[in-house]
Design a protein around this ligand. Structure first.
Ligand SMILES: C[S@@+](CC[C@H](N)C(=O)[O-])C[C@H]1O[C@@H](n2cnc3c(N)ncnc32)[C@H](O)[C@@H]1O
Length: 294
């Protein structure tokens, strides 16, 4: 199967927005809102928010729409300049909020001494699985001022399901190899936590001295109703299958023809609205304690 030459990561992130909207854990979201309201009663300057790996800015829109931030100074950071350009076009077109755009590696940025204790809130949506939690979480905590919040959402937790079943053994084998492919060696020599991000996040937060205030699941469930897939979610699914193909094509533990046929069937199921896609994820809200709480 030839890869789709028109696949756009920016469009995938936009299409993911409605999937995330349904998935985000409401209890964690509401706790974030109430923590911001309570801390706002004592704040004398605008809330300082840093979003890392912010992509095309869909979380900015979500937070704006919820009106939970009030007056704030928002920095949207991503290491991909094309995504930051796309975010700038999308967000200035529709909003008047003052946003600072930064192209940088989040952890290099936060290791600058000027960033230590600089932020009231750090947001990371669908990002931490790409990192080594043993190093990324302490860096994020260090970036928060005492009492500051880390909202980390859509942390993949190792369960991907494509339904209906094609071949139980092959489906499970592909899902297992796909999970395994997410553990990647990073440029700094560490390994990304990948498919174990959800389950390892809370222990990593505690290890870094954070107080975990709330946590819960935020599973993606994508299906078509009688009108087809919602919004641009057919594109989202095509892109997900593209990720699976990119990772596993030519894999030594996968029969080439069986995999090609599996992909063709799954792509057909997307066109007919039959495919159901489920991914298990975790959201968490944590706080950097005040010195007297340590
Ligand atoms: C799966 S996307 C999620 C984007 C966005 N948060 C969303 O949910 O739509 C992960 C994003 O993290 C960015 N990213 C990955 N590692 C990063 C790093 N070390 N520093 C900054 N951005 C990073 C990628 O460029 C990508 O935009």
């Amino acid at each position: 199967m030839a890869p789709d030459p028109d696949r756009s990561f920016a469009r995938y992130l936009e299409a993911k927005r409605t999937v995330d909207d349904r998935a985000l854990n409401v209890r964690v979201w509401d706790r974030l809102r109430s923590e911001i309201v309570v801390s706002g009663e004592e704040r004398t300057s605008p809330l300082k928010v840093l979003e890392i790996g912010g992509g095309v800015g869909t979380m900015v829109e979500r937070l704006r729409y919820s009106a939970m931030l009030g007056e704030c100074d928002y920095t949207l950071l991503d290491n991909d300049s094309e995504l930051i350009d796309a975010a700038q076009i999308r967000l200035t077109r529709s909003h008047d909020m003052k946003i600072h755009y930064v192209v940088a590696d989040a952890f290099e940025y936060l290791s600058d001494p000027g960033q230590h204790g600089a932020w009231d809130l750090i947001v990371a949506n669908a990002v931490l699985d790409l990192t080594d939690l043993g190093t990324s979480v302490p860096t994020l905590m260090n970036g928060l001022e005492p009492g500051g919040l880390l909202y980390s959402s859509i942390n993949y937790d190792g369960l991907t399901t494509f339904a209906p079943v094609i071949d139980e053994w092959l489906d499970t084998h592909i899902e297992r190899l796909y999970n395994r492919s997410m553990h990647k060696r990073r440029p700094d020599g560490t390994e990304s936590v990948g498919s174990k991000c959800g389950r390892e996040l809370i222990p990593a937060l505690r290890e870094a001295g954070a107080q975990v205030l709330e946590a819960g699941s935020s599973d993606w469930v994508v299906f078509a109703d009688h009108n087809g897939y919602h919004a641009d979610e057919e594109y989202f699914l095509r892109h997900i299958l593209g990720f699976v193909e990119d990772e596993l094509v030519g894999h030594p533990e996968l029969d080439r023809e069986s995999f090609a046929s599996w992909l063709t069937t799954r792509q057909f199921q997307v066109r007919t609205g039959e495919l159901v896609y489920i991914a298990h994820q975790i959201d968490a809200l944590a706080r950097r304690p005040q010195p007297q709480e340590n």
